[in-house]
Design a protein around this ligand. Structure first.
Ligand SMILES: Cc1cc2nc3c(=O)[nH]c(=O)nc-3n(C[C@H](O)[C@H](O)[C@H](O)COP(=O)(O)OP(=O)(O)OC[C@H]3O[C@@H](n4cnc5c(N)ncnc54)[C@H](O)[C@@H]3O)c2cc1C
Ligand SMILES: C[S@@+](CC[C@H](N)C(=O)[O-])C[C@H]1O[C@@H](n2cnc3c(N)ncnc32)[C@H](O)[C@@H]1O
Length: 644
């Protein structure tokens, strides 16, 4: 994506493309307070609410958001949460936002927090949290038409804030109004600065009761309104509709104490839940998450698509989480050094032009300049991921555990079965004893997920990987950031590099193999001959990744396989979606697994997604990504193919 081109006229932002101002030239803050807050009866309407959802078309310079955030912090209950969903197809650069922020000293601390966490201009939903999660900004970078199909919310209030309808018709048309109505709860409201007849009629046609009211400072009229009669909307993929379970107690059992389980635990504890974390190991992070080093960088495809979108946004979210965790941690675990990807120049160039990376996010570096970013000269061009780096995963897990505090209790237990009866799950251990009951269970035991009857059909299996700990050479000791090619290498810390990782889906041995050490070392020495020393005796670590058949993580509610088979048995006939009911899911059962070789990127947003599902909140990822990760995809794909 490209940043918006903003012209500054006497310190005021102006869009040459739309030939319009972003907000009132005289008093932008006053206009926001009057048009969007007051005309949606805010803050009065959020008093006494534990959750409030505002959605906006046109994030722009974030002024509406910042004013709303400040008002929320001043007036809402300390334990209430604001979800602010905003759509933008031309993100404004940090530099332009910073320039605007200077105008209002009273907003500067809020703007500084936005700028600290401002996401890269990449398509898809970016979750940014403020005030310890009291405010969650779901910033969806996409065209409004697409974006509205990717949000799945029932907003309490809408801010409709495109440029003037005559100059920005894509923001103000029947399909936009219909989607806005669909994403508004009964009794929800909207406000907009315009009183254009087409907008008034369009919103009324979509089902809103629309009123013309006095505009800001008596200048011109504007519109507000509410929706009371919701239409029946057709769900194009009812099998992916998220179930809305309600729990009597905020208490969850999580099976698996790796990064997937811990991130889910942390996300729920921040929402006031109590967590019982069960693992067969005596300690947390004894599986893949116990590695002493892992690279944090997104998986990139040649072309933009859901996979790259998920990983880029997941990675940016992970960086924000790691920054926060590290800020209060006793021991350092996060080395935000940047990281490079080595590949053929034509492939790297193709990726850059297809994804439209900005220089502040991912930079193309020619071979002659590689020493400046990595510390050593490489033989090929690279991509430099500015905010990436590497993580001591074991220490990260210990830090999350510490953060969870007394709300988390750990039990060593090899879970062999999950039994559902009378609205409760009973957890059975390998001695066939019932160890506890809970209404809500999250399965996060990597490739072990398929051992439970409810997930036996899930195509997820283990892939053995071996790390090699290598002694630095004169050259390798100069490496400043991780370098990733067919193998990866971290900078030397405490006298060793971590070189990874072999990838063997057939092998099951937990013991170190010399052959794997050799292939790790040979792989890295192909980057620069004799980069690491292969003569000394090598040590390392073996672990198993969980990998799904399509290599995409599996995150979401667990479908009832038998019920799906019967509900959708004739899906291959291509009947219209309206002929089907919503998918049947196991009450209170969720899964987060198959994080493959990129768990550092995918686990944080997956934990947050599971917590949002458990609490029936607006999702932190776009709807197309929720479906992309859904465990139900394997059943649906098979049923669609059957007979065809
Ligand atoms: C060699 C190697 C190198 C890697 N390098 C990177 C990298 O550079 N960057 C990156 O992002 N990712 C990397 N990964 C992947 C990353 O480590 C994983 O994606 C991530 O750790 C997955 O976390 P998890 O919690 O799903 O699984 P795990 O950490 O494996 O946790 C699963 C837990 O479930 C427990 N368990 C299993 N069955 C049961 C049961 N029946 N009852 C109770 N407990 C059970 C296990 O004991 C384990 O603690 C690498 C993986 C390997 C193997
Ligand atoms: C008036 S400005 C919004 C000001 C903003 N609410 C604020 O508080 O700073 C309108 C915004 O709508 C965005 N926009 C215009 N057309 C769009 C479209 N089709 N899809 C998504 N965003 C669009 C523009 O890029 C611009 O940032």
């Amino acid at each position: 994506m490209k940043y918006a081109q903003i012209e500054w006229n006497n310190g005021k932002p102006y869009s040459a493309e739309f030939q319009d101002v972003f907000f009132s030239e005289d008093d932008g803050v006053g206009e926001t307070r009057y048009v969007f807050l007051q005309q949606n009866q805010l803050p009065q309407r959020w008093q006494g609410q534990s959750r409030f959802v505002i959605a906006e078309t046109g994030f722009g310079l974030g002024l509406n958001f910042i004013v709303t955030l400040k008002t929320w912090l001043e007036t809402a209950a300390a334990d209430a949460c604001l979800h602010y969903i905003s759509i933008e197809n031309a993100p404004v650069s940090s530099a332009d936002i910073r320039r605007l922020a200077e105008r209002w000293p009273e907003l500067q601390s809020c703007y500084a927090e936005l700028l600290r966490q401002y996401p890269p201009p990449q398509p898809g939903m970016h979750l940014v949290e403020f005030a310890g999660g009291r405010i969650k900004l779901h910033l969806l970078f996409d065209d409004v038409d697409q974006a509205l199909q990717k949000i799945d919310c029932q907003a309490d209030a809408w801010y409709l804030d495109g440029f003037a309808p005559s100059r920005n018709p894509t923001m103000w048309n029947a399909s936009v109004f219909e989607r806005v109505a669909r994403c508004t709860r009964v009794g929800g409201t909207f406000a907009t600065y315009t009183a254009a007849g087409a907008v008034r009629r369009g919103l009324a046609d979509a089902g809103f009761v629309v009123r013309k009211v006095q505009g800001y400072r008596g200048k011109r009229e504007m519109l507000n309104g509410a929706i009371f009669d919701k239409r029946c909307y057709i769900d194009e993929q009812p099998w992916y509709r998220l179930p809305d379970f309600h729990y009597r107690q905020k208490r969850v059992a999580i099976v698996g104490a790796g990064l997937a389980g811990l991130t889910a635990a942390w996300a729920l504890i921040k929402r006031g839940w109590e967590v019982i974390l069960l693992d067969k190991g005596a300690n947390i992070a004894e599986g893949a998450s116990g590695n002493p080093a892992g690279l944090l960088m997104p998986r990139l495809s040649q072309q933009p698509g859901r996979d790259a979108c998920f990983y880029i946004n997941a990675c940016a979210h992970a960086v924000r989480c790691l920054d926060d965790l590290e800020a209060t941690a006793v021991q350092r675990f996060w080395s935000k050094t940047g990281a490079v990807l080595v590949d053929k120049a034509d492939r790297l160039q193709c990726m850059c032009s297809a994804h439209g990376f900005t220089e502040d996010f991912i930079r193309y570096v020619e071979r002659d300049a590689t020493r400046q970013v990595t510390g050593i000269a490489l033989n090929s061009d690279v991509l430099f991921f500015v905010d990436a780096g590497w993580v001591d995963m074991k220490l990260l897990c210990a830090t999350i555990l510490k953060k969870c505090g007394h709300a988390l209790s750990y039990r060593q237990c090899a879970v062999s079965e999950l039994r559902f009866d009378h609205g409760q799950w009973t957890i059975i251990d390998d001695d066939n004893d019932a160890v506890l009951t809970a209404e809500c269970v999250i399965v996060a035991n990597a490739a072990g997920a398929g051992q439970f009857a409810q997930l036996r059909w899930l195509p997820v299996g283990p892939v053995r990987g071996q790390l090699t700990f290598a002694l630095p050479t004169m050259t390798s000791s100069k490496i400043r950031c991780p370098i990733s090619a067919e193998r990866y290498i971290t900078p030397a810390v405490r006298g060793r590099h971590v070189v990874g990782a072999s990838y063997d889906p057939e092998a099951r041995s937990p013991h170190l193999s010399n052959c794997d050490h050799r292939s790790n070392i040979d792989g890295i020495n192909r980057l620069v001959p004799s980069l690491v020393d292969s003569c000394t005796e090598l040590s390392g670590r073996v672990a198993f990744r969980a990998v799904s058949r399509d290599r995409v993580p599996v995150v979401g509610c667990v479908p009832d396989h038998a019920a799906f088979e019967s509900q959708y048995h004739d899906l291959h006939h291509g009947r219209p979606a309206k002929g089907y009911t919503a998918g049947a899911y196991w009450p209170g059962l969720y899964v987060s697994t198959a994080h493959g070789s990129r768990g550092l990127a995918s686990c944080f947003i997956s934990g947050e997604s599971i917590a949002a599902m458990v609490c029936s909140e607006p999702m932190p990822v776009a709807k197309d990504i929720v479906d992309y990760l859904s465990p139900a995809r394997f059943i649906i794909r098979r049923l669609k193919r059957r007979g065809g």
